[in-house]
Each structure stands twice: as structure tokens, then as C-alpha cells.
Design a protein around this ligand. Structure first.
Ligand SMILES: Cc1cc2nc3c(=O)[nH]c(=O)nc-3n(C[C@H](O)[C@H](O)[C@H](O)COP(=O)(O)OP(=O)(O)OC[C@H]3O[C@@H](n4cnc5c(N)ncnc54)[C@H](O)[C@@H]3O)c2cc1C
Length: 398
């Protein structure tokens, strides 16, 4: 039986572990942290990710902790004018599955509970992989090493496995930053905040809001053009007054929500071109290690989840030769994930338009698409992205 070792127990690594063990493949996960934990933030799981979560048996657990909302709404930053409003039920009907918004910690718990007991080793920071022998080898910072038929680098955006295979990457600063917080709805002064999935478009920025854990929490991701801040970290804090100053003049309901936030994080956005190769010998990469992307489509985790499903299908289909299985995994996944990386970059441009004429044309195009295309309920040409079932063997490249 093929033995697979996964480096990294994040969203991608644990999805892969679930999919592989359900396919009867022996799997072990090596995670650097001392416990399986996630940053305090939400994640949007579009229909494409939820189809995989259904296939690996965690959909129900995720739905129980998901945010409750009926509408996806796009609004003007200042007046609150509705640019587009779509029933989430209509989107679910178009793509055969309802999306969900969840706290990252809740998603990780759901994935961790579903993996077989004893397969995750904690405190194992991988420093190097050796891909080219009869077996693959991973070395860890504590001096230990393991062997497996196949090793998967699911160790995130600053992947040690990717660096070990292909050398350091070349991130480019985008000139955009992102503020994040999770706000308790009960802490907001005045009228209770709407629990829609909302996007607010303004000059130089976009704000994305959605509920988590029913209507208890509101996840905030607020993007802005800023050339001066270059620190790429998901966990660096900043002051609430900085955020309020930055969004001065935006709609009062947004500012009231912001004023109720306890903690803000500030994150500089770096862009990376799709890499031309994911696999060397018996080692490949998955998730952010393979295709780090800008957050504008909310697809980083969704694509990591797709990777896990396809990896299991490819290794099952090529059970006699796992190296051939890795080649099929990469042939299936790399073109699609690379396309998503590029599309996320383009969406960043279109969300932050500074010219009011260009913004007017964008809004008009959204309204037109929503009216004309039955399979484009939100008017942003997303069907190719979300109407995809990575858990189906049909997607596997020949
Ligand atoms: C604020 C924020 C909001 C986001 N919103 C969305 C969204 O709405 N929708 C969406 O689809 N995506 C979203 N994303 C992107 C998404 O979170 C990432 O794309 C996703 O987490 C990638 O999963 P991963 O498993 O590849 O990496 P990670 O989740 O980063 O997991 C990597 C794991 O590897 C471990 N690790 C790291 N180095 C080593 C090592 N050397 N050895 C062993 N283990 C190691 C880490 O501790 C971690 O557990 C968001 C990201 C952020 C930061």
C-alpha cells in the first residue's frame, strides 16, 4: 500500500489526509506547531469547496458552525447604494451546492476530528525533503527524519518543502494591504448589523463582511491601496484608530461595526506568479505551498481543498505507481489553480478602481451580467470557478 506523508496540518493538509484515508491510502501528517490551531479569522467556502467537504464527510459539521445569511450584497462605499443583491439560495440552485462562511478554527476542528486517530504528529517542523530516491525523505528541525513513498508539502505560503524542491520564491508587493478583524455582533452600538455576505466597493479599497457561527460574529476583511507597509504576516496587530482613520467617510454602518472591533490585524499583500512545476520525484506541493494567491476571490482555501480531493483520486487511480499518480495530480490541478491565481489578481484591480467612471462601468457590467446570464447570479463571471466538483473522478486529467 502507498504510504503518504503530508507536511503541514492546515486546511489543505487535513483535507488531503481525510480524502486519502477515505480512499484507503496510508497517511501521516507532520505539523510544525505544538497544536492544531488557526488564526482568528473567517473563511468563505464556495460551492466548489463544499462539494469536497461533502465527499469527505465533514459538510454537516461545517454547516452547524457556519454563519447564517440569506443575501450576498454589493454596495457603494459611501451611500450604501446596492450595486447587486442576490439570494444565496439562488446561487446554490445555480451551482448545486450552498456556500458557507466559517471561522477558520471551526473548519480546522471539523477536519481534524474526521481524520483517523494517531495520524498527526505535532511539533515537527520540516526543513528539507529528498525527493529522488526509491523512497522520499523529510528531515525535521528536531533532527529526526521520516520516509514515505510520497511526500506532500502542504506547509503554506512560506513553504519549506517548495523551497527545498525549487529554491526561494519571488514575491512582489502589490501596493495593497488588508485589515482583518472578527467582531462580536452584540458589541456593535446602535442598530444590529446586517448579517449579509457583503462587499463594499470604494475608491482605493474594498470591504468584505460575512457572519460566522450563526449571527454571533462578523468577519471583516478590509483592503486598501497603501505603498508604505510591506510586512507580509497574518498575525501582526494594528490599532483600531488607524483603521477608522483610513476608512473615514465610508458608510456609517461600516464605521460603527469597525468601532466595535477588539483586535485588528494588518497584512501586506504580495503577489506571486504561478510556478511552472509542482512535483519533483516523489514529492509534490499542495494549497498555498503550490499556488499562493491574492485573497480577492476568497479561493485560497477552496483551491487547497480541491487539491486534497484530486490528490486522493489520482493516487487511487494509479495505485500501482504513485509517481504516475503525482503526475496526474499536477496535470489536473496546476492549470486550474494557475488560472485562479491570475483571476484573483485581476479581481483585485477591478475591486479597487479609483476612477468613478471606471467604477460606474464595472457596476453596470455587474448589473447586466446578473440580468442576462442565468448561471452568473452575482454578475462577476464566477461559474467556471465554483461550478466544479473536484471530488468527482471525471475531473482527472488523462
Ligand atoms: C485573513 C485571511 C482570509 C482568507 N479568506 C479566505 C476565504 O475567504 N476563502 C478562501 O478560500 N481562502 C481564504 N484565505 C486563504 C486561505 O486561508 C489559504 O489559502 C489556506 O489557508 C491555504 O491552506 P494551506 O493548508 O495550504 O496552508 P495553511 O492554512 O497556511 O497551513 C499550513 C500549515 O503548515 C504548517 N507548517 C508551516 N511550515 C511548516 C513546516 N516547515 N513543517 C511542518 N508544518 C509546517 C503550518 O503551521 C500550518 O498548519 C484567507 C487567508 C487569510 C490569511
Amino acid at each position: 500500500m502507498t504510504r503518504v506523508a503530508i507536511i503541514g496540518g492546515g486546511i489543505g493538509g487535513l483535507t488531503a489526509a481525510n480524502a486519502l484515508s477515505r480512499a484507503g491510502i496510508e497517511v501521516a501528517v507532520y505539523e510544525a506547531a505544538a497544536e492544531l490551531k488557526e488564526i482568528g479569522a473567517g473563511v468563505a467556502l464556495h460551492a466548489n469547496a463544499m462539494k469536497v467537504l461533502r465527499a469527505i464527510g465533514v459538510e454537516d459539521t461545517v454547516r452547524k458552525v457556519a454563519g447564517r445569511s440569506e443575501w450576498s450584497v454589493m454596495r457603494n462605499w459611501k451611500s450604501g447604494r446596492v450595486i447587486g443583491k442576490t439570494s444565496r439560495r439562488r446561487t446554490a440552485a445555480a451551482f448545486g451546492m450552498e456556500s458557507a462562511t466559517v471561522h477558520r478554527a471551526d473548519l480546522l476542528d471539523a477536519l481534524a476530528v474526521a481524520v483517523p486517530d494517531g495520524i498527526v504528529s505535532l511539533g515537527k517542523r520540516c526543513t528539507q525533503v529528498l525527493p529522488d530516491g526509491d523512497v522520499a525523505v523529510a528531515r525535521f528541525a528536531d533532527g529526526s527524519e521520516i520516509e514515505a513513498d510520497i511526500i506532500i508539502g502542504a506547509d503554506g505560503i512560506h513553504s519549506a518543502v517548495r523551497a527545498s524542491l525549487f529554491g526561494p520564491d519571488a514575491p512582489r508587493f502589490t501596493g495593497k494591504i488588508c485589515y482583518r478583524s472578527v467582531v462580536s455582533a452584540a458589541a456593535v452600538q446602535g442598530a444590529r448589523p446586517a448579517h449579509d455576505n457583503a462587499q463594499w466597493f470604494g475608491p482605493h479599497g474594498t470591504i468584505v463582511l460575512y457572519p460566522l457561527r450563526g449571527e454571533e460574529l462578523i468577519n471583516v476583511v478590509a483592503h486598501y491601496d497603501d505603498d508604505g507597509y510591506r510586512h507580509e504576516s497574518w498575525i501582526t496587530e494594528c490599532s483600531g484608530s488607524e483603521v477608522l482613520e483610513r476608512y473615514a467617510g465610508w458608510h456609517e454602518s461600516v464605521l460603527r461595526l469597525f468601532a466595535a472591533a477588539d483586535t485588528w490585524y494588518k497584512w501586506a499583500l504580495y503577489d506571486r506568479d504561478p510556478i511552472p512545476q509542482w512535483t519533483r520525484g516523489r514529492v509534490t506541493v499542495l494549497g498555498d505551498a503550490a499556488h499562493p494567491m491574492l485573497p480577492y476571490l476568497g479561493q485560497g482555501a477552496c483551491q487547497a481543498i480541491e487539491d486534497g480531493a484530486v490528490l486522493a483520486t489520482a493516487l487511487s487511480a494509479e495505485a500501482a505507481d504513485p509517481v504516475t499518480g503525482l503526475a496526474r495530480y499536477e496535470r489536473t490541478r496546476r492549470p486550474r489553480a494557475s488560472q485562479v491565481v491570475i483571476a484573483a489578481r485581476e479581481r483585485g484591480q477591478s475591486n479597487h478602481l479609483t476612477s468613478s467612471w471606471a467604477a460606474w462601468r464595472r457596476d453596470l457590467s455587474i448589473a447586466w451580467r446578473r440580468r442576462v446570464h442565468r448561471r452568473d447570479p452575482e454578475g462577476r463571471g464566477q461559474a467556471w470557478l465554483v461550478d466544479y466538483d473536484a471530488s468527482s473522478a471525471d475531473v482527472l486529467a488523462a
